[in-house]
Design a protein. Structure first.
Length: 319
């Protein structure tokens, strides 16, 4: 090659080795492309994609916006899975609308509640999406879930889950990325992937063992064991157990307490605490000391400490 001549480098992007996806998955996955447009799933190429038969999910149709509803009341946002006729099964359209709802939260919102319309929280993955999916489709499908659930778990606001009826498969995976979970007496927890011939694909194998232990998760998947709400609240599926119809009232009560916290403390709990818990002890202690220093240096913390020292706030008492 002559000096000064430009050499064309081959595209070695790993994503370019993935086979072409079927149009249904391409339309759904395009919503998760932060660059938008009609780019290829392969980020290394700018080849044009065929025009979808319906609008891409980042320009939702009226029917799609109803899949997940958003209501804001002061500092509290209530996000509701709204497919009661399907037991709130999680399709890619639902996952995308869930992402959009959290992305749309104004700065005034300081806590969110996630619930399911009807008698069930969520019966999990919409299995109809797997009927004609190939290997590449399955990978992209899981990564779409991972992106949204991670943004919820490590997002700006604490999230409370209101659980009733079926909290099954992907519904349990969604619940596991929420920070506080309230189970009504009707709630039941299961992972039927073994009986369906599939495997968890929404982050459950990472999050659930941290809540309930590897052995319990293995038992659920191998035997189809179903846990009741009472058992679930004892084993870590939920932190609160309430009577039928009382979960939203409890959620609003807890939301009020969370919203009243210092914002920087809530940030530390969501962002720093999980990292500290996973770190080796010495690293964790150093991270804790740094976060504690940052938090107590905040003007809001100084104001609250001064109010306590001046006996303007109540001391902690058992309830």
């Amino acid at each position: 090659m002559l000096r000064g001549e430009r050499q064309e480098m081959p595209d070695l992007s790993a994503s370019c080795l993935i086979p072409s996806l079927n149009p249904k998955t391409v339309r759904a996955w395009r919503a998760f492309d932060p660059l938008g447009g009609e780019r290829s799933i392969c980020r290394g190429r700018n080849q044009a994609m065929p025009q979808p038969e319906k609008p891409a999910l980042n320009v939702p149709t009226p029917d799609e916006t109803r899949l997940v509803t958003l209501d804001i009341d002061g500092p509290v946002a209530t996000i509701v899975l709204n497919r009661p006729e399907k037991r709130n099964a999680l399709s890619l359209s639902v996952i995308e609308r869930l992402r959009a709802c959290f992305a749309e939260l104004p700065a005034s919102v300081r806590v969110a509640i996630v619930a399911g319309a009807g008698p069930h929280f969520s019966a999990g993955l919409d299995l109809s999406e797997l009927s004609d999916a190939d290997t590449a489709d399955g990978l992209q499908h899981s990564f779409a879930w991972y992106e949204v659930f991670s943004k919820i778990q490590f997002g700006r606001v604490p999230v409370i889950g209101v659980l009733q009826g079926a909290v099954v498969g992907g519904g349990l995976e969604l619940a596991s990325c929420l920070h506080v979970r309230i189970a009504e007496e009707s709630a039941y927890f299961a992972l039927p992937e073994g009986q369906r011939g599939i495997f968890v694909g929404g982050g459950g194998s990472v999050r659930l063992p941290r809540l309930i232990g590897v052995a319990r998760m293995m038992d659920m998947m191998l035997t189809g064991r179903v846990y009741s709400a009472t058992e679930g609240s004892s084993y870590g599926f939920a932190q609160y157990l309430v009577e039928a119809g009382a979960s939203m009232t409890k959620a609003m009560e807890l939301a009020g307490k969370i919203a009243s916290n210092a914002p920087l403390t809530n940030f530390a709990v969501l962002q720093a605490l999980p990292m500290i818990a996973e770190a080796n002890p010495q690293t964790g202690l150093l991270m804790e000391s740094l976060m504690a220093t940052v938090a107590q240096s905040d003007q809001e913390a100084k104001r609250r400490i001064r109010a306590f020292l001046d006996h303007k706030t109540a001391k902690v008492k058992p309830t």
